[in-house]
Design a protein around this ligand. Structure first.
Ligand SMILES: [Zn+2]
Length: 433
């Protein structure tokens, strides 16, 4: 295995120093090391995504574990949590083990499967939660994402079940009765465009209910892709009461608004939908003050025929892995809302802790705070050039799919290198094999 000496990198706390990578670990120094000049570059712990759709098994025409892993590495990620809404659904030990093994075989990023909460994502009977937790994949996060676990009794049972092994239920908060036929955010824009709206209350009511259920059970709740200012208020209230709830926000909800629906370009169709600029402001502030704990991509590749059609027929979802960090730099760092230590926290330490990933998150495993990038830790690292600017060209993305809403947009920050346990998965901005 190669060793590296990374010279003069800026650490998240602002100090500039050298960093050696030897035998898969962060080391004091390394013999016969390849020297990487990192002057002007930031080093962060490898990013961790709580919410990735890799589409395998079932929709390998949209993404595979291999192409999604390459996109992740190029985005600076060393671990991604793969959502369960594959075909077949990841609701049993055999399927999560298959996804986990394929991820290991590709070897570009740690693929941590998320298990379904209910069989077939039907919202009725619990999936094999215990068997998935005991499997080789060691599943700790369960989600019916794409669907809301809308039956309160089922949600309660799921929270009770995962408490035994400190698992977490990640909820796609959407009251389905309030979003029948919804095409975009409910508000001024939807009224003008004549499209059926997805009201904020459909998200906020489920978050409030689930926070109360989590408190009642004494279990852990994670809220996927928070998208409204009202949801932030509910989360603030729940956290203030000591309820064990964490939440994520996507890069697209930090940047884009529902005014884009006026283009009728389905690339902007996503669930939950793009909201208003007031929501965007509230989400940024909540990520800055920690009310929202983490950034998660909700990377959702779709084949051409599912996206290049009329708005109403298009599937919701956007690519996210390769552009997440640049968008966080644009919306949070350049605006002064978050420093680099904050970026490391929201995109690596905290998501690793929420997912219970040992060895990820930069220090001590499972996202322990306080000793970022310490000697002896697994060398999961990303080097970022904060001064670089890069224009998003869909045909250059590693994903099979092309549904990025950022085509032609110039974003700050370039991921120059990514290391997974000491192995360079990206070097000189290029994916390694
Ligand atoms: Zn979702």
């Amino acid at each position: 295995m190669s060793s590296y000496l990374i010279r003069g990198a800026t650490f998240p706390d602002g100090t500039v120093k050298d960093l050696a990578v030897d035998n898969g670990l962060i080391a004091e120094n390394a013999d016969d090391a390849e020297v990487i000049d990192a002057s002007g570059l930031h080093v962060l712990p490898g990013l961790v995504d709580l919410h990735t759709h890799l589409r395998q098994p079932g929709r390998e025409d949209a993404e595979t574990i291999e192409t999604g892993s390459r996109a992740a590495a190029l985005g600076g990620y060393t671990a991604v949590c793969a959502m369960a809404n594959t075909d077949p659904v990841a609701d049993a030990a055999g399927i999560v083990e298959q996804v986990w093994r394929l991820g290991r075989e590709v070897g570009l990023v740690d693929v941590q499967p998320i298990g379904a909460v209910t069989l077939g994502l039907k919202g009725e009977r619990l999936a094999e939660l215990g068997a998935m937790a005991d499997s080789a994949a060691r599943v700790r996060v369960f989600s019916d994402d794409g669907h809301c676990v809308h039956d309160a009794a089922v949600m309660r049972r799921a929270l009770e079940y995962v408490k035994a092994f400190d698992g977490v239920i990640a909820q796609h908060a959407e009251d389905p009765k309030l979003t029948v036929g919804a095409q975009m955010n409910e508000g001024e824009q939807s009224a003008q465009l004549g499209l059926t709206g997805w009201p904020a209350v459909a998200e906020e009511a489920i978050i409030a209910r689930d926070a109360l259920l989590a408190a009642h059970v004494g279990s852990r709740l994670h809220v996927c892709h928070v998208s409204t200012a009202g949801s932030v208020e509910v989360l603030r209230w729940a956290k203030g009461r000591g309820i064990r709830v964490t939440a994520e926000v996507t890069p697209h909800h930090l940047l884009l608004t529902d005014e884009l629906a006026a283009t009728y370009d389905p690339v902007y169709k996503v669930n939950p939908p793009l909201r208003t600029s007031e929501d965007v402001t509230a989400l940024r502030e909540a990520l800055a003050d920690g009310t929202i704990d983490a950034v998660a991509t909700d990377h959702a590749p779709h084949a051409r025929e599912d996206k290049e059609c009329e708005w109403a027929a298009a599937r919701p979802g956007m690519l996210g892995l390769e552009t997440a960090l640049p968008i966080v730099i644009k919306t949070m760092v350049r605006t002064g809302l978050l420093d680099w230590a904050g970026v490391a926290d929201r995109m690596s330490h905290t998501p690793a802790r929420i997912a219970g990933l040992t060895g990820a998150g930069g220090a001590g495993g499972a996202g322990a705070h306080g000793r970022p990038l310490a000697v002896g830790e697994p060398a999961n690292l990303v080097l970022v050039d904060p001064a670089a600017e890069k224009t998003v060209v869909p045909s250059e993305l590693a994903s099979i799919s092309r549904n990025t809403p950022y085509a032609g947009l110039t974003l700050p920050g370039a991921i120059t290198a990514t290391f997974l346990r000491g192995r360079a998965t990206v070097l000189d901005r290029k994916a390694q094999a």
